[in-house]
Design a protein around this ligand. Structure first.
Ligand SMILES: Nc1ncnc2c1ncn2[C@@H]1O[C@H](COP(=O)(O)OP(=O)(O)O)[C@@H](O)[C@H]1O
Ligand SMILES: Nc1ccn([C@@H]2O[C@H](COP(=O)(O)OP(=O)(O)O)[C@@H](O)[C@H]2O)c(=O)n1
Length: 242
């Protein structure tokens, strides 16, 4: 059950480092890793593969019936599948990133994937799970003992995403990122930490320093013996030097 699984909830905008930092932290702790964005991306991919339009919410719902989704929670063996197809890489393509917000805006889809996320965690045999996305600290696991908002300046986030998409013009990557941030923030506020959420700003931190900052937050909560809802006020951590 979820009560026996220690949940670390990590939210943040695109390019903040959620996936890589959460996966590395999960590895270091022997925890599972759940990339919730992959479900939205996989459904967007499924719709595009059937020549659908993710901005047509009624149309998207028509595709849900045969959306056979599976994801690995193993940080050392991460994969995403739709039916028998491995879509781990395909769902990260720019065309999917452009289309995913249309899926994310559909409330019934959010409710059903959130139920899936909670079931995946409840069924896990791992001692803990790092769950990353946009609404984990506020909607999916608001009682998680550790709730972190991971962010970085828009420029740094765009730089990091551009480094991954070398073939793309950096300014178009930055534009796409801010468009998606704007669309995502109409669904859930993931740019300001809710009460009890620790803000980790990685603008001036490298990847290892960011992982350590997250591990420090987890360690402090565990040392305090907390297992349920965390404190009442958001705290903030930033670093100096890349
Ligand atoms: N603090 C950091 N310093 C430098 N590079 C980072 C940092 N955090 C993440 N990255 C890199 O930036 C890119 C985007 O990170 P990712 O985890 O995909 O972000 P998100 O999941 O929030 O979109 C990846 O190549 C990742 O290795
Ligand atoms: N918990 C979540 C996770 C992702 N999403 C949506 O899915 C998209 C892709 O999420 P992601 O985490 O894979 O995206 P990146 O931040 O990694 O670029 C986001 O832009 C949101 O539109 C969401 O609405 N809720």
């Amino acid at each position: 059950m979820t009560e026996s699984v220690f949940v670390v909830a990590v939210d943040g905008p695109a390019g903040s480092g959620k996936s890589s930092v959460s996966r590395l932290a999960a590895r270091r702790l022997g925890y599972g890793y759940l990339d919730t964005g992959a479900a939205y991306r996989a459904l967007a991919w499924h719709v595009l593969e059937h020549e659908g339009d993710t901005s047509d919410s009624t149309g998207v719902l028509d595709f849900v019936g045969d959306f056979d989704y599976a994801i690995s929670l193993d940080p050392d063996d991460y994969w995403v599948r739709v039916g028998g197809t491995d879509v781990t890489d395909a769902i990260r393509e720019p065309r999917v990133s452009e289309a995913v917000s249309g899926v994310a805006r559909i409330a019934p889809i959010r409710e059903s994937v959130n139920a899936l996320f909670r079931a995946l965690v409840a069924e896990s045999d791992r001692p803990g799970i790092v769950v990353e996305g946009r609404d984990i600290t506020t909607v999916v696991f608001p009682q998680a003992p550790v709730r972190i908002l991971l962010t970085a300046s828009p420029d740094v986030r765009a730089e990091r995403r551009s480094a991954e998409l070398a073939a793309q013009d950096p300014s178009s990557v930055a534009d796409a990122l801010s468009r998606r941030d704007a669309s995502d923030s109409t669904v859930v506020d993931f740019l300001t930490p809710a009460p009890g959420v620790t803000l980790v700003d990685s603008t001036d931190l490298d990847l290892d320093q960011t992982v350590q900052a997250v591990l420090d937050v987890i360690g402090e909560v565990q040392a305090s013996g907390a297992s349920g809802a965390s404190g009442t006020s958001a705290t903030e951590r930033t670093g100096h030097g890349r």
